[in-house]
Write a protein that binds this ligand. Structure first.
Ligand code: SF4
Length: 302
């Protein structure tokens, strides 16, 4: 499978069947916490990257045989940079009742065409890690054309128009956006955006930059300032499905490229193919990383 992966357990969407519509690391941000590494293709124009009919064909094949709580547009970069996303959402809704979610950095919601494209999704979760320009530039390292004020205005507009479930996600990173000043700015933006809820997360999988997740003081401060709209989400639980893969090697490469896995998760996953961790020694590009006292595996190959 080239465009569809999983289902993988998601902290907010249950078993999530991923759809990737973007070539590896194409984004208009290069967040310090990005688990995919530094953005290698930093662009801000929307384009069609792959034949949309091929993506739809794969989704149609997979939904016939797997169960999932959501079909989620996410993957290897920012999905709203793909200008086929609206067409894909509308076409997928014709073939399945599985709710559609979009995980986005929210940076293009100021554009009317992007708001229109996401209108038919069931759940939209944009991120908002900063609401002042200085923190925004430091944590999200955005394309130079993007301005946080315009992005927040786009989220306000989207919140007014959109009829589905609309949540904001904040990734709290120690020393970046966990100060009183940064959190008060986010609070003030959230009061205007008026989402249905707010998820507060800390990086639980290893990014490539040297950053640390917010500690308990940062999390407490965020709760105290942002109020009871905020949820701290625990690490995900649940199975990684083998359904989309023809071999253990293909599964390991596809999943670990987009979704670093803890050692215990990977052991259980490989067991389903009758394999163990020794398989990893035969795959070039696998890296073993220690993060927050746990061992993770990532795939850095092509
Ligand atoms: S917006 Fe998402 S894909 Fe883009 S750099 Fe940030 S975390 Fe990575």
């Amino acid at each position: 499978m080239r465009f569809v992966y999983g289902p993988v357990p998601s902290r907010r969407l249950g078993q999530s069947l991923g759809v990737n519509v973007i070539p590896f690391k194409t984004c208009n941000y290069s967040c310090v916490y990005c688990q995919l590494g530094k953005t290698t293709n930093l662009i801000n124009e929307r384009k069609s990257f792959f034949p949309k009919e091929e993506i739809l064909k794969e989704v149609a094949e997979v939904v016939e045989r797997v169960e999932a709580d959501h079909i989620t547009f996410a993957g290897e970069g920012e999905p709203t940079l793909c200008n086929d996303i609206g067409w894909l959402i509308r076409e997928i809704k014709k073939i399945t009742d599985i709710p559609i979610a979009v995980l986005t950095n929210g940076s293009l919601l100021y554009r009317e065409d992007v708001r229109y494209d996401l209108a038919e999704a069931d759940v939209v979760i944009p991120s908002l890690d900063a609401a002042d320009e200085k923190t925004f530039r430091r944590i999200n390292r955005p394309h130079r054309d993007l301005k946080i004020e315009e992005i927040i205005d786009g989220m306000i507009e989207f919140g007014r128009e959109y009829r589905g479930r609309f949540y904001i996600e904040i990734m709290l990173v120690k020393g970046y956006n966990d100060s009183e000043e940064a959190l008060f700015a986010i609070k003030s933006a959230l009061e205007k955006i008026k989402p249905n809820g707010v998820y507060l997360l800390t990086p639980i999988r290893p990014p490539t930059s040297k950053i640390e997740p917010a500690d308990e003081f940062g999390i407490m401060r965020a709760h105290a300032i942002l109020g009871d709209v905020v949820d701290v989400i625990d690490p995900e639980i649940g199975d990684f499905s083998t359904e989309c893969f023809s071999s253990a090697e293909e599964a390991v490469k596809t999943l670990l490229k987009r979704h670093p896995m803890r050692e215990d998760q990977l052991k259980d996953f490989l067991k389903k193919f009758g394999k163990d961790l020794s398989l990893l020694e035969t795959i070039e590009g696998i890296r073993r990383v220690e993060y927050m006292g746990k061992i993770f595996y990532v795939y850095m190959g092509q």
